[in-house]
Design a protein around this ligand. Structure first.
Ligand code: ASP
Length: 333
């Protein structure tokens, strides 16, 4: 008999309607009833009851610890979570709980489980099937798709198809033939599960607009940031006339602040080697995020900075794949 753990954290899936809008509550009994299956033992545990907009690094550490401690005791773990920041938490957990030996499956819903038209039941069942699959890793199960946790982005506010797997194939789907998984996408490892609680949360994400002043960078440094991610334009471009970001990026790096550059485009890799507005950025010493999502980029920089403050080592850690978040084929072109 398989033993599956469901950890609950709140979100729409467990919310009720109130005068102030949807408020999460404890819906553990309902969740358990939805997944009732005589061939599986289910344990449900509430970690906290929060809208995911309130989930922050303090909660990530609790989630990571709960998951890590449960790894030897269960065949699979489902984590219910609000959808709004699920991609951030799933990315961060991919770096905080490395080489898991069982499936860790995030899910949630766009409508509360109590709503007659809810998508929660479908999503929970999809997560349940994946949690029983013996395939190790951190995943998101949503709208009958299984995706790698650190490849996901919440792309739609209200459609049931809320999440997309960015620059990476969807790992699995549920259809009339059941759950089909592209097992060839899974890398096996003999490495033991590892818990990483040291993360540096002083990482700032700066999305450029044509009016953004580069003066914001020294201000951010004065205010204590220790890592900077810049969402640049297109394949990779940052202004150097009038609003000269290159000078400020160089100054930040000289002060020991790693600067990572990614693209505002959701799909396809960033490549700062194509245009002059990109090559100047690389020459300044910034690190390219290649094909990573912004969510994975920000959380991976927090992870890397938690391990070392040596800029060379940060770059090395940042560009080494940990949990499918970066595609090694994109390294050398
Ligand atoms: N605001 C909710 C949350 O992220 C949205 C949801 O769960 O779909 O907790």
């Amino acid at each position: 008999m398989k033993h599956i753990l469901i950890l609950t954290t709140g979100g729409t899936i467990s919310s009720i309607t109130s005068k102030e809008g949807l408020i999460p509550q404890n819906a553990d009994t309902l969740l358990k009833e939805t997944l009732h299956d005589s061939s599986t033992e289910l344990t449900v545990k509430s970690i906290f009851v929060l809208d995911s907009s309130n989930i922050q690094p303090e909660e990530w550490k609790i989630i990571a610890k709960q998951i890590f401690d449960a790894l030897p005791l269960y065949d699979g773990i489902i984590l219910t979570h609000g959808t709004d920041t699920m991609a951030y938490t799933a990315s961060m957990i991919s770096f905080m709980v490395q080489h898991p030996n069982i499936p860790i499956v995030f899910t949630g819903s766009q409508l509360p489980i109590e709503h007659p038209l809810t998508d929660a039941i479908d999503n929970l069942r999809c997560a349940f099937a994946m949690a029983k699959s013996d395939i190790p890793g951190v995943f998101i199960a949503f709208n009958r798709k299984i995706m790698f946790g650190c490849r996901c982005v919440k792309a739609r506010t209200s459609s049931f198809d809320a999440f997309e797997s960015i620059n990476f194939k969807t790992l699995g789907r549920i259809s009339a033939t059941g759950l089909s998984i592209k097992r060839e996408m899974i890398h096996t490892t003999s490495l033991k599960p590892k818990l990483v609680l040291d993360i540096n949360t002083e990482v700032f994400l700066l999305k450029l607009t044509p009016t953004t002043s580069p003066k914001v960078i020294p201000l951010l440094i004065e205010n204590g940031i220790q890592g900077l991610v810049i969402e640049a334009y297109g394949a990779g471009g940052i202004s150097f006339i009038r609003r000269d970001f290159i000078k400020e990026i160089q100054a930040a790096i000289q002060k020991g602040i790693p600067v990572v550059v990614c693209s505002q485009c959701l799909y396809e890799r960033a490549n700062f080697n194509i245009y002059e507005v990109g090559t100047k950025v690389l020459a300044s010493g910034a690190i390219e995020a290649l094909d990573m999502t912004t969510e994975a980029t920000v959380t991976k920089l927090m992870y890397a900075l938690g391990q070392t403050s040596d800029l060379k080592k940060i770059k090395e850690i940042f560009l080494t794949p940990i949990s499918y978040e970066i595609n090694p084929e994109n390294y050398n072109n």
